[in-house]
Design a protein around this ligand. Structure first.
Ligand code: CA
Length: 169
């Protein structure tokens, strides 16, 4: 099920208070709710306590690193990693640890919000895949998410091209 924007909860894990407050202000201006955690342990604690739809995660945190936080919470919600360094190594390490996206500081708030929307959309479609089945008559069921077609309950083997043609009919 998709939810209204105002029900979306975003966790900001960021040790620089000023940056965290700016992020929070923009997130709330777009109608989402936001909470700030000042370090990795607090972030994981909050994440386990409540349900968040997305996490903005600073890579350079005191104590527990953003990479370790990423490993702890990945797959439970989309993670946008925020890094002060633009070094390829940091970006690769973050993505390898399970981050879904990254932004390099200093970033424009508009880009941050666009990335948030894009990642929420992606995770929303994944959850909704079951409801996006296309039914053709009684016999044929097309699943655009998983690229499968079932005829009378049995999977039909199709190439990607055949699938694309069929799903546009
Ligand atoms: Ca930091």
């Amino acid at each position: 099920m998709t939810r209204d924007g105002e029900d979306m909860r975003i966790l900001i894990v960021e040790d620089e208070r000023a940056i965290a407050e700016v992020e929070k202000a923009y997130i709330e201006r777009d109608g989402y709710s936001a909470e700030i955690a000042a370090d990795g342990l607090e972030g994981i604690g909050k994440f386990r306590e409540k349900q968040f739809d997305l996490v903005i995660l600073d890579l350079m945190l005191p104590g527990m690193s953003g990479i370790d936080v990423c490993r702890e919470i990945r797959r439970s919600a989309p993670i946008i990693m925020v890094t002060a360094k633009s070094g390829e190594d940091d970006i690769v390490a973050g993505l390898d640890a399970g981050a879904d996206d990254y932004i390099v500081k200093p970033f424009s708030p508009r880009i941050l919000m666009a990335r948030i929307r894009a990642n929420l959309r992606k995770s929303g479609t994944a959850e909704d895949s079951a409801s996006e089945l296309i039914r053709v008559g009684d016999a044929l069921v097309i699943d655009p998410q998983n690229l499968t077609v079932k005829k009378n309950g049995e999977e039909v083997s199709l190439t990607r091209n055949e699938f694309m043609i069929l799903s546009k009919m």
